[in-house]
Design a protein around this ligand. Structure first.
Ligand code: AMP
Ligand code: GLY
Length: 430
């Protein structure tokens, strides 16, 4: 098979690394890719939302399957674009059509979906320009902290969590009237704050059956001890000790099954990944959000734990025969530590030469934001590498990730040294 992966981050490098191991693979292309994906296949400099450019590439290279990494092309309808095109309509796209991607593209839609299909989630109401005054009153019925979410995609920045009621009421106005998050904030979801521990659960579905992929915990803040600004993710651990078998069974029964059944009921033919952001509140799962793709950096621990052929599973998705495909996962712990550029998550430096990539041992170095410049590898993003390692325990895996993060070098490198620390002696009710 000839496969095209869309995207340029650590998630796509992990996909490319895994698919490159498949016996079924002939040629692998990544658009646009990075310096790491160039070792797994051929990078092609086409943007993920350049549908026409992608069409030409698919035609030219005889692509048999397209795996979409990020949400943007899915929410913009790349799958629908393929289905509506005479040349492309029979080429499978892994990732939902617009009607499924809206689970991520609209928080208001996803909250309504959860309510309708009995998926546990925080109490909420949505507000627009027409009922801001009611929104302010609704805030007064809640206890702090207050959670305000822009309905649409806002590059991961559209959620505000505020302690002060006046500030929350002001921000509601800023989002709706002053377009703080552009059109994404025309509708704002206000919801109850959920107290608990967060984790990410991943599902691969062909619209009929599904496989529950390994769960992971992501570390979102830039600073150690989960302090400072939010980032795309600074590290991840899988499996998650507080998501034990009993808890995951609850997730499957109360969240995953009703979600898949709900999609079917609404005639949404969903073929791809569902990333469920969950809160474990005293042993009960509550959904914070759905994403229509895999997480980054969670993919860098989830995919390496899968021992089966990913391409075979993806073919199962495209032909709706996922149920019969072999699916095995290692019980070992995977950790990933994300190395970032100076300044990230605000304005960051780029084009710094990377040294010592050949000196790493016992780990997978997934590139998140790099590019080749002749013989050199240069930094080319806020997140630069995700260093994944395995161990029998979290301590063991993380110490390997950290040892290698210390070896790789570039000017103004930074990474958190406390990934997984909170999980090392944690006791949580389930
Ligand atoms: P989202 O973009 O929906 O993932 O929200 C970003 C982050 O805000 C989540 O990862 C949570 O850490 C936090 N968050 C969102 N909704 C809630 C909630 N209802 N209660 C507590 N924390 C939340
Ligand atoms: N790591 C969180 C995300 O991919 O959205």
């Amino acid at each position: 098979m000839n496969v095209l992966i869309l995207g340029s981050g650590g998630r796509e490098h992990a996909f490319a690394w895994k698919i490159a191991q498949s016996k079924r693979l002939e040629n692998l292309y990544i658009a646009p890719g990075n310096a790491g994906t160039a070792h797994c296949g051929t990078n092609v400099d086409i943007a993920v939302t350049d549908f026409e450019g992608i069409k030409n590439l698919v035609w030219e290279k005889g692509i048999d399957m397209v795996l979409v990494g990020p949400e943007d092309p899915l929410v913009k309808g790349i799958h629908d674009y393929f289905l509506q095109d005479e040349v492309l309509k029979d080429i499978p796209v892994i990732g939902p059509k617009k009607d499924g991607a809206i689970l991520e593209g609209s928080k208001d839609f996803s909250k309504q979906f959860m309510l309708k299909h009995g998926v546990p989630t925080a109490r909420y109401q949505s507000f627009t320009r027409d009922n801001i005054a009611e929104g302010k009153k609704f805030l007064e019925t809640l206890n702090p902290p207050y959670v305000l979410k822009a309905d649409g995609l806002a590059a991961g920045k559209g959620v505000l969590i505020l302690d002060d009621i006046n500030e929350a009421q002001q921000e509601l106005e800023n989002m709706i009237l002053s377009a703080k998050f552009g059109n994404a904030g025309n509708t704002v979801v206000i919801e109850e704050f959920l107290k608990g521990i967060e984790l990410s659960v991943f599902v691969l579905t062909d619209g009929i059956s599904y496989k529950l992929l390994p769960a992971a915990k992501d570390y979102k803040r830039i600073g150690e001890g989960d302090t400072g600004l939010n980032t795309g993710g600074m590290g991840a651990i899988s499996p998650v000790p507080f998501a034990d078998e009993a808890f995951l069974r609850k997730v499957e029964e109360k969240v995953v099954k009703p979600t898949i059944a709900g999609l079917k009921k609404e005639n949404i033919d969903y073929r791809g990944f569902i990333f469920v952001g969950l809160m474990n509140c005293g042993g009960e799962p509550y959904v914070i959000e759905y994403n229509c793709r895999m997480g980054d950096p969670e993919t860098e621990v989830v995919i390496p734990r899968i021992q089966s052929d990913l391409l075979d599973l993806l073919e199962g998705v495209s032909t709706q025969s996922l149920e019969s495909r072999s699916y095995e996962v290692t019980g070992d712990v995977a950790s990933t530590v994300v190395m970032v550029s100076g300044g990230y998550p605000e304005d960051y430096v780029k084009n710094k030469e990377v040294h010592n990539l050949d000196k790493t041992t016992d780990c997978h170095v997934f590139h998140s934001g790099t590019k080749n410049a002749g013989e050199k590898v240069l930094t080319n993003g806020g997140r630069v590498f995700a260093i994944t390692a395995f161990g029998k325990t979290i301590e063991d895996a993380v110490s390997r990730s950290l040892r290698n993060a210390a070896v790789i070098d570039y000017d103004q490198k930074y990474y958190r040294r406390d990934i997984g620390k909170d999980l090392m002696n944690l006791v949580v009710q389930s």
